[in-house]
Structure formats: structure tokens, C-alpha cells
Design a protein around this ligand. Structure first.
Ligand SMILES: *Cc1c(COP(=O)(O)O)cnc(C)c1O
Length: 401
């Protein structure tokens, strides 16, 4: 085993917004012996996970599973549907939207990057009217796809995907709608079919509670049709042969067998709890977390209450206090990892993950670690966030049976 010189007692608090803590049930499932990926047992597993994952995306269409991180599924979404030189309209909500835009450029597409200026754009969700306005001007239909991030993990802001769909339809534009919900899936309400999304991109290590290593493309009929003429080079990522072989539960290459055991277990856990209950639990924890931030007298990164993320909360630090110094103090003293500020927000915020198997007490411990760390860093606090969050979490509980 790798020797580390940091061995505090107890479990590490992995409170970054992905990877999220992997529940024991899933770790045990992953530890089963690897089986023959061409054998009959594997085919049954393949069919089961391919059927059940559709319920999480809320789709009747194929979901492609790759043995890759989310970034690979981003590339798959673009290369399967688009051709060199195609214009794509991408919306800047934060760091992950920016990385996807850079990838589009690297692949030979022409991304047009729109959004609200400066930090403002990183504090609000997608402004669907800006997309509609741009598409209305594109009379020649040069724009082939609209790309948006559903849950912007760098800021803790969600976007209204149904409103984006409406904007595209209102403009009478044929562009495909590609959506990244890598950190939203299985934590925040998502509806691939109902919202008319053409490709939904997701990953394993956030709401699905798995380790990193598998990712997804949910694919509409329109996207499958576009794939027939799309000319960007692709081989490993090509949907065609994968979907064909998936019909019998297999893949054209060696899939990630053990992570698929984990996926099967994760899907069972989510179905046992009920998808709507999972969403409600995330909303409840996010609300209590925001109550804590408010009580500390600090600001939540998301400036629009209509689109607060249920997955994570971005906390802005007062000027003169480097958020990464605070994170380091918390890591060293309390063995807890928090998300760093990314891109434009480097040093100006930290991110609290409350996703996956999070519950009331895991959130309370996390907030206690934050509060102690903020005090040790000398940040002046208006009051106790821990007390505020406890009040919030008990407000809807009964005191006796
Ligand atoms: C985590 C994340 C990614 C990147 O996924 P990897 O698995 O790190 O490749 C992309 N977009 C969003 C919104 C994410 O949260």
C-alpha cells in the first residue's frame, strides 16, 4: 500500500462536490471478483444496469456507459453529433462550462461563448432569453448545438434546462441541446426526455456515489440521427457499435466490470429510497447549509435563490481571507476536504459538498469543521452557523412519536 504520513483517527470527511463518499454497500459490491465480460453472468448484469440507469436520466432512449471520467463523456457528446468547423453556442456558467468550451475548440469546433459579464455570470444560471435572442439571429442555422451545464459544480448554481429547451423551440431553431449534468444526476431533478435534451452527459463519482471511472451519454432519437452524418473523428467514443452490443448486455471492449457492480448497487439504493426522496433530502441539506452560511455572515456564491444547487454550496470568503488557506487549516486540523475555488473564483470561495449519501449528521459535522476552521483562520463570524443549521434541520421534525 501507498504510505502516507497523515494518519488521523476516524474517517476522512470527503466534502468536496465529487468524488463524494462511497457508501459501504457500494464498496462491498465493487469488491466482488471480476468476471468474464463475455460470459453469461456479465450479460445479465449489463442488461440490468443499462435498463435501470434510464430511470435516473428519466429516458426511454439509450444510455451509453463509458469506462472514462466525465470529461470523456463530454468528448463523446461532441464528437458523435458534430462536424469539424460547426458553430456551437455554449453558455458560461462557471469553470466547468469554460472547460467544455475549451474542449470544443480543441476538437475543431467553433464555440460561441455567451453569458453575463464577469463574476455576475458565475453567480446565476443560464439566461435562456440570451440563447433565444442569439438563435433568432441565426437565420441560416449555422449553430448546430446549444451546450449548457445543468449543475455548475464550480459555483453551486443550477440552470433551468426546460427553459433552455423552450428558448430553442421559441426561436424555431433546429440546434441540438447538449447538457452536462455530471454533478447533478441522482441529486437534482433531471428529465432527459421531458426536457427534450438530445445528449445528457454524466459521471459516476458525484450523485451516483461511485468512485470515479465511468460516465454516460443519454441519447435522443435526434442525436442518433445526427450521429449518422457527424464527421468529427471518433473511434472509442462512437455510439453505434456500443449501442448495438448493449442490446445483449455487452460492450465492444472490456467495460469497467467492478464499477458496474457498484452502479447496480447504487441504482438499487436510489430506487429503495425513491428518486423524489433523494432529491428532497438534497434540497433539505442544501437549505440548512445556506442557513449556516447566512448565520456566519458570509455570502453564498449563487445570487439567485431560484437556482440554488442542492448538490453543493459555494461560500464566498471576505476580502483579505484566502479561501485556500482556510481549506488548508480545516484539512490539517479536522481531516476534512472542501472544494477549492476554481478559475475566476480561485482564493475567493470554498465549496461544501452535500451530495450522495449525505445526511443530517454528516452535514452537521461538516459545518462544525467549517465553523472551527473559519474561527482558527480569524474570519469574523456574525454568529453560529452550526446552531442555525441545527434549528433548520429540526424545524420539521417531531419531538415524540
Ligand atoms: C466533475 C465535473 C466534470 C468533470 O468530470 P471528470 O469526471 O472530472 O472528468 C465536468 N462537469 C461538471 C459539471 C462536473 O461537476
Amino acid at each position: 500500500m501507498l504510505k502516507l504520513d497523515f494518519h488521523p483517527a476516524g474517517r476522512h470527511f470527503l466534502q468536496i462536490p465529487g468524488p463524494s463518499p462511497v457508501p459501504d454497500r457500494i464498496l462491498r459490491a465493487i469488491s466482488y471478483p471480476t468476471i468474464d465480460h463475455r460470459g453469461p453472468e456479465f450479460g445479465a448484469l449489463g442488461l440490468q444496469v443499462l435498463a435501470n440507469i434510464k430511470k435516473i436520466f428519466k429516458t426511454e432512449q439509450p444510455v451509453v456507459i463509458y469506462p472514462a471520467s466525465g470529461t470523456g463523456a463530454w468528448e463523446a457528446a461532441l464528437t458523435n453529433t458534430l462536424s469539424p468547423g460547426d458553430t456551437v453556442l455554449m453558455y458560461e456558467t462557471g469553470h466547468f462550462a469554460t472547460l467544455w468550451q475549451k474542449m470544443a475548440e480543441a476538437l475543431g469546433l467553433k464555440p460561441e461563448f455567451i453569458g453575463l459579464p464577469g463574476i455576475e455570470g458565475w453567480r446565476r444560471g443560464v439566461q435562456a432569453d440570451m440563447i433565444e435572442e442569439r438563435l433568432r439571429k441565426d437565420a441560416q442555422h449555422a449553430i448546430k448545438a446549444v451546450c449548457v451545464v445543468h449543475n455548475e459544480t464550480s459555483t453551486g448554481v443550477t440552470s433551468d434546462i426546460a427553459a433552455v429547451r423552450k428558448a430553442i423551440d421559441a426561436a424555431g431553431h433546429p440546434a441540438l441541446l447538449l447538457v452536462d449534468t455530471i454533478s447533478g444526476l441522482a441529486s437534482a431533478d433531471y428529465r432527459h426526455d421531458e426536457w427534450g435534451v438530445d445528449v445528457t452527459v454524466s459521471g459516476s463519482q458525484k450523485g451516483l456515489m461511485l468512485p470515479p471511472g465511468i460516465s454516460f451519454n443519454a441519447v435522443s432519437k435526434k442525436a442518433l440521427a445526427a450521429a449518422k452524418t457527424a464527421k468529427l473523428p471518433k473511434a472509442f467514443w462512437a455510439w453505434g457499435e456500443i449501442i448495438e452490443m448493449n442490446a445483449s448486455g455487452y460492450w465492444p471492449y472490456t467495460p469497467n466490470t467492478n464499477l458496474l457492480y457498484g452502479l447496480s448497487e447504487a441504482l438499487e439504493m436510489i430506487m429503495e429510497e425513491g428518486l423524489d426522496n433523494v432529491f428532497a433530502r438534497h434540497q433539505r441539506l442544501a437549505k440548512a447549509c445556506r442557513a449556516a452560511v447566512k448565520a456566519w455572515g458570509l455570502e453564498v456564491q449563487c445570487a439567485d435563490p431560484a437556482v440554488y444547487s442542492p448538490v453543493l454550496t459555494g461560500v464566498m470568503t471576505p476580502s483579505g481571507f484566502d479561501a485556500d488557506v482556510i481549506r488548508k487549516i480545516i484539512y490539517q486540523n479536522f481531516n476534512m476536504s472542501l472544494g477549492t475555488g476554481l478559475g475566476k473564483m480561485k482564493g475567493g470561495m470554498f465549496r461544501i459538498g452535500h451530495l450522495g449519501e449525505a445526511n443530517d449528521l454528516s452535514l452537521m459535522a461538516t459545518l462544525a469543521g467549517c465553523e472551527m476552521g473559519l474561527k482558527l483562520a480569524g474570519v469574523p463570524l456574525a454568529g453560529s452557523g452550526v446552531a442555525a443549521a441545527m434549528n433548520d434541520l429540526t424545524s420539521d421534525k417531531r419531538s415524540r412519536d
